[in-house]
Design a protein around this ligand. Structure first.
Ligand code: ADP
Length: 170
């Protein structure tokens, strides 16, 4: 009896751990150059096709103050003023994506910061050339994923199940 209860508890715990892994979030943004070049659909398509779940999406023109918060860790870099100018040159599409290992996999899908060092098959490796026009952003750690989703969406992301979930996760 005790053994049965323990095995039920262990199975429940395993499924909880699995589920919480699938709830990892990352912040992906199509930058102003990506929007202007008509690459919003292409970038969304790649994340959707991979099996990740869109839980937040909005087009917006972020203020300089907001961008300075987002890029606070780069404040001392010589390219910082140019980066803020570029990022505020037009609307962006801000997105929150959810799924197992979405932060690491999202970064791999984006490619290297410098597009010339990005492999073909990655978003930057397929669609851009200059580091200062690299069309998309993706969170670089699980912590910054949470922080950036909170910064751009507050509490306003969606909590829903995909009906295809059992076809994506075993
Ligand atoms: P990532 O966006 O890949 O996380 P970083 O956080 O280091 O890379 O940099 C943020 C953004 O700043 C880059 O995506 C790029 O647009 C810009 N950037 C980074 N390094 C340079 C550079 N040397 N010159 C111009 N822009 C840069």
């Amino acid at each position: 009896m005790v053994a049965t209860l323990l095995s039920i508890f262990a199975a429940f715990h395993r499924s909880e751990v699995k589920m919480s892994g699938q709830k990892e979030v990352t912040f992906i943004m199509v930058k102003p150059d990506g929007v202007q070049r008509g690459l919003v659909g292409e970038i969304i398509k790649r994340f959707e096709s991979r099996g990740f779940q869109l839980v937040g999406c909005k087009m917006m023109s972020p203020s300089k103050e907001h961008l300075e918060k987002h890029y606070a860790d780069l404040k001392s870099k010589s390219f910082f003023p140019g980066l803020i100018k570029y990022m505020s040159s037009g609307p962006v599409v801000a997105m929150a994506w959810q799924g197992k290992s979405v932060v690491k996999t999202g970064r791999a899908m984006l490619g290297a910061t410098n597009p010339l060092e990005s492999n073909p098959g990655t978003i930057r490796g397929d669609f851009c050339i200059d580091i200062g026009r690299n069309i998309c952003h993706g969170s670089d750690s699980v912590e910054s994923g949470k922080h950036e989703v909170e910064l751009w969406f507050g509490e306003k992301t969606e909590d829903y199940s995909l009906c295809t979930e059992s076809m994506i996760y075993e």
